[in-house]
Design a protein around this ligand. Structure first.
Ligand code: GTP
Ligand code: MG
Length: 606
């Protein structure tokens, strides 16, 4: 049986190549919005953090109609930290639109997602996007994409992929660069003729693979997946299978996608992508099966975490002043709740009831969680990110990343030098329209803290991307931060005078009028050692002119660290304190005498 009235596709690409913008255009052209409706740009990037950062974090489903055929579309995230999610949602579809930026060409994540799509034998359509770019290199990019397919050992059928040229932002797709199409019709038509319709046994016992979970305040957990076999109806009794485990459950409501909404339906069948409520403890990877003859689908593999951080209760002198949820119980409940839907995340208890180790797929994966929690009103502290090692054949192995860097020629030397000490190996270098593209393999450890160094060294002119490459035996020590911290000597409020008297030591992280505590990091020392400073110092008022003189103090501009920068910055003996209002850096040991004793002890033992 073949569902000719249906097509299921995913849009995959490297970050920023225009996936969500293309979905906008597809929605618009299939009449999902009223003609006078005001629609936000990248409407599928619906959560706050996605809008602020302009990136997709969670994959999302939508559906449009074209010529009486329903097209289910999955928009996926392009950032490498969410690659596992992309792999998982590919379970729902029969084909992919692989977007490639007409200037950038194939990038590390293009390769990753294409490999996954080819492995799952999905039908690929290549969309060269942003052909309106003045610096487009369409011809070369087309060749590079073909080379990528060959490198990934695509079979003959896959190598025969169709290519479409698009300006997603204007909603135009063409079959060749000189065709005068004004809309996406060529893409829709191709999609319907080339992407196979869902096939299978519509009369067999039900099987649905749970691929994504959503959480709805009113109805609780929502399981999303594709009907692989049979039919499903609301209120139906089913079995939920997970490995050896099997239990009975009852489907609550059943939905399919229609534009941006979920529409309630009575039943659905083979090939449909459905959302189901009422199955409270269902998990990703479970099979929802016929109650009478339950049969499990093959399990989906989930990528293992590569990076871990310890989250602990906030015990700084300012604890509880800015957040609503501050106890170890709050932290514990929130983290374990996250694991239910965020499948590539792992949370483990530690020796201390106040600390939990949280492991994820990379820095962004973890920092998005931290940012989400602080917006919800949580206060806590996070330690230095730690790369997760693995024993392979008795050898201690570490994760490697494939790093790709585009820089103007003149910065090549500076970039290479920084990467050398981080144990990166150059694997390829090509010149592209005035840019150098360099590819490296580098231990994931070596990347921690590299992004800000890279931005400084290239004066913001470079682009860097990385994606998980594999494991290899430990590459040896990589030196950490070369500069010490400027540490507040006592609690108080910073003054212009205080900061003025400290700023020559290095770079300040605070501005005048900020509350600080003893042991808080207020800047970076120009030297290797930590140094205690007093940014709260007040000038002795000796005469009437002093306040005027205070105003005349020239303060250098501070470096205000973002959450990601703060996490990359800290050392083993330091923490980032996160609250809904502030991000502070601190020494783990706040009292300066205790810290001095501790330092002496570690020096003695070395
Ligand atoms: N010039 C040009 N810019 C485009 C086009 N399509 C998208 N963009 C821009 O590219 C940027 C990224 O677009 P998105 O749609 O967010 O890209 P994405 O692939 O969904 O990104 P992630 O989900 O974060 O991986 C935005 O600034 C878009 O306006 C296009 O056809 N031409
Ligand atoms: Mg997107």
């Amino acid at each position: 049986m073949q569902r000719n009235d249906l097509r299921n596709i995913a849009i995959i690409a490297h970050v920023d190549h225009g996936k969500t913008t293309l979905v906008d255009a597809m929605l618009r052209q299939s009449g999902v919005f009223r003609s006078n409706e005001q629609v936000a740009e990248r409407v599928m990037d619906s959560n706050d953090l996605e809008r602020e950062r302009g990136i997709t974090i969670l994959s999302k489903n939508t559906a449009v109609m074209h010529d009486g055929i329903k097209i289910n579309i999955v928009d996926t995230p392009g950032h490498a930290d969410f690659g596992g999610e992309v792999e998982r949602v590919l379970n729902m579809v029969d084909g992919v639109l692989l977007l490639v930026d007409a200037f950038e060409g194939p990038m590390p994540q293009t390769k990753y997602v294409l490999r996954k799509a080819l492995e799952q034998n999905l039908h690929p359509i290549v969309v060269i996007n942003k052909i309106d770019r003045p610096d487009q290199r369409v011809e070369d990019v087309v060749d590079e994409v073909l080379e990528l397919f060959i490198e990934l050992e695509a079979n003959d059928h896959q190598l025969d992929f169709e290519t479409v040229y698009a300006t997603a932002r204007e909603g135009v797709a063409k079959m060749s660069m000189d065709d005068d199409s004004q809309d996406l019709k060529p893409l829709f038509d191709l999609l319907i003729s080339a992407i196979p319709a869902p096939k299978g046994d519509i009369d067999g016992p039900l099987q649905i693979m749970v691929t994504t979970l959503d959480y709805d305040e009113y109805v609780g957990r929502v399981a999303i997946g594709r009907v692989i076999r049979g039919r499903v109806a609301n209120g139906q009794q089913v079995a939920i299978l997970n490995g050896e485990m099997q239990r009975k459950a009852k489907i609550g409501k059943l939905y399919v996608y229609e534009g941006l909404k979920r529409a309630e339906v009575k039943d659905a069948a083979l090939g449909d992508i459905v959302a189901i409520t009422g199955l409270d403890d269902v998990n990703i990877g479970d099979t929802i099966a016929d109650a009478e003859s339950p049969e499990a689908l093959p399990a989906i593999e989930i990528d293992e975490p590569t990076l871990a951080m310890v989250f602990r209760v906030n015990n700084s002198p300012f604890a509880g002043k800015e957040g609503q949820f501050i106890t170890s119980r709050h932290l514990r409940d929130r983290l374990f709740r996250e694991v239910e839907t965020n499948v590539s995340l792992k949370v483990t208890e530690t020796d201390s009831a106040d600390a939990f180790e949280v492991a994820g797929r990379g820095e962004l994966h973890l920092s998005i969680l931290i940012e989400t929690m602080r917006r919800e009103g949580f206060e806590f502290q996070v330690g230095k990110p730690r790369v997760i090692f693995k024993q392979i054949n008795g050898k201690r192995c570490e994760p490697l990343e494939a790093l790709s860097i585009d820089v103007p020629q003149e910065f090549m030397g500076a970039v290479m030098e920084g990467l050398g000490t981080r144990k990166a190996e150059l694997t390829n270098m090509v010149e592209l329209a005035g840019y150098l593209r360099m590819e490296f393999v580098i231990p994931a450890r070596g990347l921690i803290g590299f992004r800000s160094e890279f931005l400084t060294k290239t004066k913001g002119n470079g682009i860097m991307n990385h994606v998980f490459h594999g494991h290899a035996p430990y590459k040896g020590e990589i030196p950490g931060r070369s500069r010490g911290a400027l540490v507040a000597f006592e609690a108080g409020e910073t003054t212009g005078y205080g900061i003025y008297s400290v700023q020559d030591r290095g770079v300040m992280f605070v501005v005048p009028g900020q509350s600080v505590y003893e042991g808080m990091i207020v800047g970076e020392n120009a030297r290797e050692m930590d140094m205690e400073v007093n940014p709260c110092k007040k000038k002795h008022v000796t005469n009437m002119r002093s306040s005027a003189a205070d105003e005349a103090l020239r303060l250098t501009s501070p470096r205000i660290l973002s959450l990601e920068q703060a996490l990359e910055y800290i050392n083993e003996d330091e923490l980032v304190e996160v609250t809904p209002k502030s991000i502070r850096l601190r020494k783990a040991i706040l009292d300066r005498n205790t810290r001095a004793r501790d330092r002496k002890r570690t020096q003695d033992s070395e």
